[in-house]
Design a protein around this ligand. Sequence first.
Ligand code: ADP
Ligand code: ZN
Length: 745
Amino acid sequence: MNLRVEVAVAAPLWRSLSYRVAPELAPLIKPLTRLLVPLRGKDRLGFALGPAEPGDPEGLKPISDVLDEAGEPQLIPPSLLNFFSRAAAYYQAPLGQTLAWSLPAGLGGESAGAVKAPGRAQVAWAAWRQGPPEGAPRPGTQAAALLEHLHEQGPLALDSLRERFPRVLALARKLEAGGWLSLTHRPVVKDLTGRPILPEPEPAAYTEEQQAALERLLPAISAHKFEPFLLYGVTGSGKTEMYVAACRAAMAAGRQALVLAPEIGLCLRLEGLLKDRFGDDKVAVLHSGLSPAVRRGQWLAIARGQAPLVVGARSAVFAPLERLGVICLDEEQDESYKQNDRLHYQARDLALLRGQEQDCPVLLGTATPAVTTYWRAAQGKLTRLTLSKRVKNAVLPVMEVVDLRSAGRLGGGFLSVQLKQALEQNVAEGRQAILFLNRRGFAPALICPACGRRVGCPACSVSLTLHKEQNALVCHTCGHHQPIPAACPACGQSEAELKPLGLGTEQVEATLAELFPAMRLGRLDRDAAANPTQLRKVLGAVAKRELDVIVGTQMITKGHHLPGIGLVGILLADQALGLPDFRAAERAYTLITQAAGRAGREGEAGRVIVQTYDPAHHALRAALAHDPALFYEPELEERQALGYPPFARLVSLRLEGASETATAAAAQNLARALERAKHKLEPRARILGPAPAPIARIQSRWRWLILIKSPGAGVAASILRLARHQAGPPPAGVRLVVDVDPLNL
Ligand code: ADP
Ligand code: ZN
């Protein structure tokens, strides 16, 4: 019999290709089986789009191999074909490439290695035990108090008792010898600083709001139906327990659960928690903190159905789960869910698509919903579950604004008197402070006082950032490094000394060191924590309270659990607002609200001081007042007036090439084709550009942008498809990058 199979080849091809199948290979082929197929003289990875079927193989090349082994589960389950097809179509990427890119490195072609589990740590746990009376400690002693505590609370990690019982280890050993206590070792997950994450105990009861949320959520999980939820809960309101309950319900229904977090630190916390509640063997993890071999092993374990719970970052949205019962996605507004190379996908949106395809609820958790999510919930397209109170009755931080136009300032201008006093007071009280500035380096430019020009990157159209510690100028766009020139490269004037312009974290730290010689200062940005070891060192020093003040970029406002923080200072809120991007206000609102969530999480109230030139801005006023409506309502009005998401869909098209004229010409050609396609398909759509990108050249490649603004995503896709067809592929040397729902314009 003659057999053929349709294959989505992992190559920039818009159509599937047909190959001949030898009869003995045919039984191995199902939808999404990985194959090796010849293309232009080379074997390439491909994915079957269905089983082999009878057909005329005349002129067809035979497939070279079947990669998924007989008797082993496929690396991508057959039932996900529709999900991947829709994802590829939505993001305007070839299906074969989309499938290949979804796999962890190393699983694309060669067959997989052995299953490896991620690393674990062991910690000691103490449990109360009824012992012989002669071994009982005398009442009133520390030992007796410890026993009483364990009797009330149940088994606890020794590390968690150290604050209360400084000599807990010695006490526990003595009690164990006397028969009144048992010590066991339990494996736990380590955090980024290498310290064990002590799992939060199971709450004795849910709060009323949690209970109400579960009454809506759990029936949806048992019903196996798609329903999107927005879990809108302030920081510390107990959202994580809702994910745990959702996982439990999915497993009880014989299904699996996927829990996504935007970054590794949060993944580790969730991993530790779920392993503690459900057992080590139930949880698999997928994130970039794992070695490639471990990632492959975890992927295989999931594909084999060995772990019903999967915790992971963005790319885990593709995890090979066949019987998905719920997807939980924490910090849904986080921009890390967007991937900015290869397939430009947004994991939150793909999670919703996956929920539709696999008939399961999707729970999006956040304290600061993305504007689009907020609007969709307001429209009734998401079911809103609200947690308005912090569980432990922790008070919200006190928010203060400093108007930089009128405030007294020192330290070259970046430190208001109010913030300076707050810093001193905070340190005197033995608490830690975070100062946030979203720019690393010493100064973002070096300017020549003679000619007024800045020293620029030779390969990009941006200024070079001064890094005094490295004694170098660095390009933050391409990474180019060079020594600091003695004379201006533009005018050659060596008498006029080049002057640093603007402020970076390095300069803030240096100036603070002069102002406050007694304070212990640290820095957390991509220079101070260039690798995981350094990051671990900085976070470890914060956790051990070896630092009083940490100056940091975005890296510091994210996920890390830093209980000692009493003060958060935002040095220049306008920096976020000033971005030439319609999302600037959203970023500022999220940043300030999230930063506030870092202040005073445990016990005492924290304090947040926001320095700004624009105190009347709605994003600031809302964050300062803890009143979301003050932000979302005017923001939505503005977006509607200007025709931005959620009221329009955007597709950004970027043409890149080494030749400026060829790139510009290709952009103009595509833009003309887009105009024609738009007139034919949807006159209400708008084609903006072509125009040089805000950074017109990166790594010696010129960049031109075109933006499609359209009423719906489907229309934008059709316009682009037609225009691409008519304009033809860009000329050799020019590349087209398509970004659907771009985050950065
Ligand atoms: P969020 O994710 O909303 O910021 P968390 O889930 O981290 O908040 O919860 C904050 C703290 O409250 C955690 O220490 C958690 O263990 C605890 N917690 C959650 N729910 C309850 C509850 N019902 N009773 C007591 N403590 C709870
Ligand atoms: Zn550069």
